[in-house]
Write a protein that binds this ligand. Sequence first.
Ligand code: HEM
Length: 498
Amino acid sequence: MQSLPVNHFLSLQRPDVFVPAAAGTPDMSTLAAHDFDVDTRTGFMPPQPPIARLPTAWELWEATLDDAISSKLELADKPGLSQDDEERSARWRTSVRKLPILSTEAIKTSEILLRRAHCVLAWIMHFYVHTTPVSEMSIHIPAPVTVPLLQVCAQLQLPPVLTYSDDVLYNWAFKTAPAADGHFVPKDELYNLRCNTLFTGSRDEEEFYLSSARIELRGVEALSLMRVIMDEAFVNDAIAHRRITSYLTELAGVVRHCRQLLGAVRDGCDPSVFYNEIRPWFRGCDSDTRGRRWVFDGLELDPTLKEPTELSGPSAGQSSMIHALDIFLGVDRYSHSNFKADLAASSSASSSDSSSSDSSAPSTPLTSVGVLAPLPAPAPAPGPTPFLTRMQKYMPRHHRAFLRHLHANPRPLRHLVEAADDDALRAAYDEAVTALKEFRDEHVRIVALYIIIPARQAQGAAPKEAGVPKGTGGTDAYQFVKGVRDQTAGAILGPKTA
Ligand code: HEM
């Protein structure tokens, strides 16, 4: 792959442990860092391992989180919860209510401290909510959590709930430090990662987060390819088309590897452990199957704070990497549309069994040669904001800005491919979209294995989720991921007709 000019704003590296700042040189890279926080070596992951502990001024939060983890708090709706379990979590919740309301003034000056504060407080809040007895229909989040969490969220422009960035992007450390010689190769470090914070302490939980982290790191190469393709698109002549063709083939290879990494979650994370012991901790207010309300106590203590409205739990639907691929390939017009499964997601579960209509074949019509006939872009249906667009509110704001920037690309790849009379280019574009569609085929299988099947088994034992199993983001999980997969298939161009 050709490299970008060294002064290209996306080529600039931030000085850090791997790349010390050259003496006397201004740090021009802050343009990339501040605007997008997308690193040339780690992509949407931060270039340095995230801090695992706040400074001592906020030690009380860290200690409270440590206490929840070391006390092995159990979910309030765990079958056979003992009295001892209930008392232990009640004691811990009392300790949370008794915390002083710590000031966040000094945190506000540092993005790194803000991120860790969001992590710690959101993690405490999820422990608090999900250990609260199920009989309580209004869950009161105590002021010592509400006030600092909402203040931190106002700075970060994030909802006050656990997000993918808390679980994945900012929740890792290297097992062994890579050589600090500036030659950090993300794809060599995929198995050199561990997590800082876990609800259950299990390997299954860690592997669940790390499978996403590996996809983020592997995807860094996809980001580099997007950059060089954008440069070639600017030139837009026959040689540029040849180069784009070859980059798109490489891009398809990266996405296929991401698909393998997704499928490999099976190696370390048991579906029934995931469904019964890990996933319930993630539930946001949206996916509370009992319809309980979350009440944020203490809002009156800071007049700048507002009642939160976005309270979906963490979902890899918040991965900027996958959104970036969609946007870059021009698939988002299809996959992010407000199609009917998305609408179903926002209504209460009404259909009887989401999995009965399963078919691994896409709903897109096949042509006589077995190629998926392109669908016209679906007209946006009136109604609520599409789920995937809503998920962007849960991404770090710089990443959101990056996606907006990508969206505003004045030379969209798909238009270029459609306009060019170049069969090889068209085939390479389709290969990349097909790789993304196949990533989603794997994802559909994973959702069936990790949610639909265990949900059925659990319904036999003790019905936890009445009706359609929902995603942590509150969607009708299976129909939704299948719908997005089918919409991706709909973006395949197929051979040009005369
Ligand atoms: C055991 C592993 C996984 C399970 C059970 C799972 C489950 C789900 C569910 C239920 C949804 C529906 C949205 C919601 O309500 O949250 C979803 C969406 C999504 N997930 Fe996953 N997921 C898994 C792993 C991953 C990984 C590793 C990635 C990639 C980093 C990923 C990427 C996405 C994306 C991009 C969406 C939005 C729909 C789409 O664009 O296809 N998922 N996932």
